[in-house]
Write a protein that binds this ligand. Structure first.
Ligand SMILES: [Zn+2]
Length: 453
């Protein structure tokens, strides 16, 4: 009896002494010793403001040593999960520009992204280059399907944040996003993380660009193994060099267009409701006979070796319209990791950067266009318990759409205070604009980048 009581006592102490095994690291943030988020900004997306000095120079809301982390093209099995873990380990938050098809393919992963407090925006339905589409309706279709699909996959509000595939916009699409009150994000620092390289090299190259520029919105892709490996190292470097992470949030969630929501429901036929996210392969297992391919690959998964191979230019060239949307819920089969090769614009800031920017997942199939209606579903309620700080504007004399809602709001820079009127112009003058390149020029550059002359 005594022994039994003693055992029970030890058991009780053991229970009290250890946090539950399922405790989320993020729940303990902020945590001493981590990089953390130094400032959270709230962006009013009314009118579709543009951010990222490579293309849009109106609103530069970052102070020296401030960095915004952004990840495009996911979610992807393993790589996005690895990135999430790295962010969570350092109590850091980022913005994910998700592709609609990828989000529908891996809804459980994009939900994890959102649940961890990251901001989720969209990056079209299937990563088609908007400028290359035949009509504006096609462009609208890509944009709206992307918004509805990511919204559907997350199962809750997402940010009215959008990034153009390959960072190439069109005046019509920009005007349309403005009317939809969706903010557009380019980048300040393109990591070129889709280029074959080691994680070590990638981190060095990002830090060099960052040290040169001093701050910026950093573009990466959470679909690449190299990026997944590099993020923990990058965060360690940022911490060591005194950089600070700024987290972007939206003042109000995106509104979706009802007709596109319906189109996405058809695409998502068979997808489980939010919360029922166990993949079939984790519930039903073939124990006799030959397991279907998806199940077989799932049982082989769970290990880092299961990472999809990094996209190659060859793969992109060879299968421009391969893999269909992965059948959910057999998630482990990768929906053709978008192998992007993209013509990008040469940055006016990074003159030495290679000419290729971003990526394009040539592997995603086309879908029938859907007509949009003017009806817009009601926005989800916004909840914010943080008292707003004064609006800070460092680049223009207009009212800034960006305000600090957590962390220390920066004081306007001294030169800005000294010459407020000339401020916006001076910023523009300091960054000479690149003449726009034609599509054929960009294609030529892309070809040259991947295959040589
Ligand atoms: Zn992309």
């Amino acid at each position: 009896m005594v022994i039994r009581r003693l055992g029970l006592a030890i058991f009780s102490v053991a229970l009290l002494g250890h946090p539950p095994a399922f405790a989320d690291d993020a729940s303990t943030c902020p945590r001493a010793g981590t990089l953390g988020v130094s400032r959270t900004v709230e962006i009013d997306t009314t009118g579709g403001p543009g951010f990222g000095m490579e293309h849009y120079k109106a609103y530069d809301f970052l102070q020296d040593k401030e960095v915004v982390l952004t990840f495009d093209d996911g979610p992807q099995k393993y790589t996005t999960e690895a990135v999430l873990k790295a962010l969570s380990d350092e109590c850091v938050k980022a913005t994910f520009f998700s592709i609609g098809k990828m989000a529908l393919g891996y809804p459980e992963i994009i939900r994890e992204v959102a649940k961890a407090g990251n901001t989720v925006g969209s990056h079209t339905w299937s990563h088609k280059a908007i400028a290359k589409l035949k009509s504006f309706d096609d462009a609208k279709d890509e944009i709206e399907r992307g918004v509805s699909a990511v919204h559907r996959a997350v199962g809750g509000p997402i940010a009215p944040f959008f990034r153009f595939p390959t960072l190439v916009d069109t005046p019509e699409a920009v005007a349309y996003l403005g009317k939809r009150n969706i903010a557009i994000f380019s980048t300040d620092i393109d990591s070129f993380d889709f280029k074959p390289q080691t994680a070590d090299h990638l981190v060095k190259s990002i830090m060099q660009k960052l040290d040169k520029r001093g701050k910026g919105i950093l573009l990466m892709h959470d679909i690449h193994k190299t990026t997944a490996k590099a993020v923990p190292m990058l965060l360690a470097e940022l911490k060591a060099k005194g950089y600070k992470i700024v987290h972007m949030t939206a003042k109000s969630p995106v509104t979706t267009v009802a007709d596109y929501d319906q189109a996405i429901e058809k695409e998502a036929k068979g997808l489980p409701q939010v919360g029922a996210e166990r993949p079939v392969s984790s519930i039903v297992k073939t124990v006799g006979g030959t397991p279907p391919a998806a199940e077989a690959s799932s049982s082989a998964g769970g290990e880092p070796e299961g990472l999809p191979p990094p996209p190659t230019p060859d793969a992109a060239a060879a299968s421009p319209a391969a893999a269909p949307l992965p059948a959910f819920p057999t998630t482990p089969k990768a929906p053709a990791a978008p192998s992007e090769v993209a013509p990008g614009k040469q940055s006016s800031i990074e003159q030495n950067a290679p000419v290729v920017a971003e990526v394009h997942p040539a592997a995603l199939p086309a879908t029938a266009p859907t007509q949009a209606s003017a009806s817009v579903s009601a926005p989800a309620p916004v909840s914010s318990s943080v008292a707003p700080q004064p609006v800070v504007n460092v680049a223009t004399s207009e009212v800034s759409p960006v305000k600090t809602i957590a962390g220390v709001a920066p004081v306007a820079a001294a030169p800005a205070a000294a010459a407020p009127a000339a401020n916006a112009k001076a910023a523009d003058d300091a960054l000479p604009a690149q003449p726009p390149k034609s599509i054929s020029e960009k294609l030529k550059e892309t070809w040259k980048f991947w295959f040589g002359e």
